[in-house]
Structure formats: structure tokens, C-alpha cells
Design a protein around this ligand. Structure first.
Ligand SMILES: Nc1ncnc2c1ncn2[C@@H]1O[C@H](COP(=O)(O)OP(=O)(O)OP(=O)(O)O)[C@@H](O)[C@H]1O
Ligand SMILES: [Mg+2]
Length: 224
């Protein structure tokens, strides 16, 4: 599903080139549940953003579903992102001015899904996440754990093939984190491909493969 070939990410200033990623070779198959770990500043979020098509490599090749993303124009890339990728962020990134219902609905508006279908998809998601009673509340009226559930619901509403989560439980208490991890485990058992970044060994244990990134390169890659 995902293939990175010799990917570099660097930033050029007048006198020097600073590498954020160097020589990343990575293959992830449909149905995997992969955890990316590594020290702060190692390049984990940069890898996630490249996989999620929010950023692009400086050099190297990226294939998603066998399509060469590195050759695509911004517009085509953003179409692929919208249709195939759900992204969950550490800081939730919900829109404060929108209700729970509207936050979850947003990706469907971007995708141009028609009103009646939007209604039924959002209703289904609210039901699944047991948030029907909270649908008219605003993010600030929810606990952190509930906000992240909305973040996950929003990531899933477009029925993506790939769920990316960059430290999704970084701001949560351990019981809230466990709820999110159990949800990921269930989604993965239903076939969802998941790549998560975490600093927590407990969270990593929910995945089936752990990749360690150190100084912009893959240090270890093990299946468990
Ligand atoms: N746009 C940018 N300009 C300059 N440096 C950047 C930019 N984006 C990232 N970096 C640098 O690249 C390195 C990797 O950043 P990245 O956010 O990928 O790390 P991370 O592994 O996700 O760290 P953390 O665990 O703290 O989230 C850091 O040193 C960061 O300062
Ligand atoms: Mg990061």
C-alpha cells in the first residue's frame, strides 16, 4: 500500500543543507498496524506527513496504492489524501466554532458528498462512537478523550483506506488512551491499515510492527 524508496527530506539554507530524513526505505502492506517510535526531533511526524501527503519528500520516491505520489501535482495529491487517508492529530485539531456533528461532517463536505448521504453517514458514526447525545456540543464542552474520539470519528467518516495517527493519545489520561488504542485495535481487526506514532510502549504493544526512527533514519523495524 505504502512504499517509500530512498526518501530524503532536507531544508536548504544559504550555506548548508540540513537533513530531517535520510534514505528512508519503508514498505507497509494493506491491513498492517504499524507503530513509529523514536526520540523527539527524530523525524517521525515528517514521515507521517509525507505518508499522509501533507508534505512531500525532497528526494526519493513515494508510491501509495502503486501510484507515484512524488510525480503528482499538488491537486491530484490532495484528491488522493481526501479519498484515502484519515489523519488524527495529538492536539485534536477540531474546529472550535463547529459542533461535534459539524466537525465530523467536515471531510464529507470537502469530498462533495450530498446532503442526505452526509446525514446518514454522520448519524452512523455518532451512533458507533456513542456520541449521539453530544452531537450539538462544541469541542470545549468535551473532555480530552471525547475530543479525540471526535477526531477519530472525523478521520474515519470518509471511509479511508489508511488511518494515520501522530501521537493521538499524547494529551490523554491513560484510561482515555486505552480507549483509543482499543478502538484502533478493533478497526485494524476489521481491516483498517493503521500507522501511529507514540512514545508509549503500552500503545506500541497494540500494533503488530514497530519501527524506530533515530536521526532521520530507520534504526530498527520489528514485527511482534
Ligand atoms: N519546516 C521545518 N523547518 C526546519 N526544520 C524542521 C521543519 N520541520 C521539521 N523540522 C525539524 O526536523 C526534525 C524532525 O521533526 P519532526 O517533527 O519530524 O520530529 P518528531 O520525531 O515528530 O519529534 P516529536 O517526537 O517531538 O514530535 C526536527 O529537528 C525539527 O526541528
Ligand atoms: Mg512529532
Amino acid at each position: 500500500m505504502i512504499k517509500l524508496k530512498d526518501v530524503d527530506k532536507f531544508i536548504d539554507s544559504k550555506y548548508q543543507r540540513t537533513f530531517i530524513l535520510k534514505g528512508i526505505d519503508l514498505e507497509i502492506k494493506q491491513g498492517e498496524f504499524v507503530t513509529i517510535m523514536g526520540p523527539s526531533g527524530a523525524g517521525k511526524s515528517t514521515v507521517m506527513n509525507i505518508i499522509g501527503m501533507l508534505d512531500e519528500p525532497s528526494q526519493g520516491e513515494y508510491y501509495f496504492l502503486d501510484e507515484p505520489i512524488h510525480k503528482m501535482k499538488e491537486r491530484k495529491r490532495s484528491e488522493l489524501h481526501k479519498h484515502h487517508i484519515g489523519f488524527v492529530f495529538q492536539a485534536y485539531h477540531l474546529i472550535d466554532e463547529l459542533t461535534v456533528y459539524e466537525n465530523i461532517e467536515t471531510p464529507l463536505l470537502y469530498k462533495g458528498v450530498k446532503s442526505s448521504e452526509r446525514k446518514s453517514l454522520v448519524a452512523e458514526m455518532l451512533d458507533r462512537f456513542q456520541m449521539v447525545a453530544k452531537k450539538d456540543l462544541f469541542p470545549e464542552q468535551l473532555s480530552g478523550g471525547q475530543q479525540q474520539l471526535v477526531g477519530v470519528a472525523r478521520a474515519l467518516i470518509g471511509q479511508p483506506k489508511l488511518l494515520l495517527a501522530d501521537e493521538p493519545t499524547g494529551n490523554l489520561h491513560s484510561d482515555q488512551a486505552e480507549e483509543i488504542m482499543k478502538l484502533f485495535q478493533k478497526l485494524n481487526s476489521e481491516g483498517m491499515t493503521i500507522v501511529q506514532v507514540t512514545h508509549s510502549k503500552e500503545n506500541a504493544a497494540y500494533g503488530k510492527r514497530t519501527i524506530n526512527i533515530v536521526d532521520g533514519a530507520i534504526d530498527t523495524d520489528s514485527t511482534h
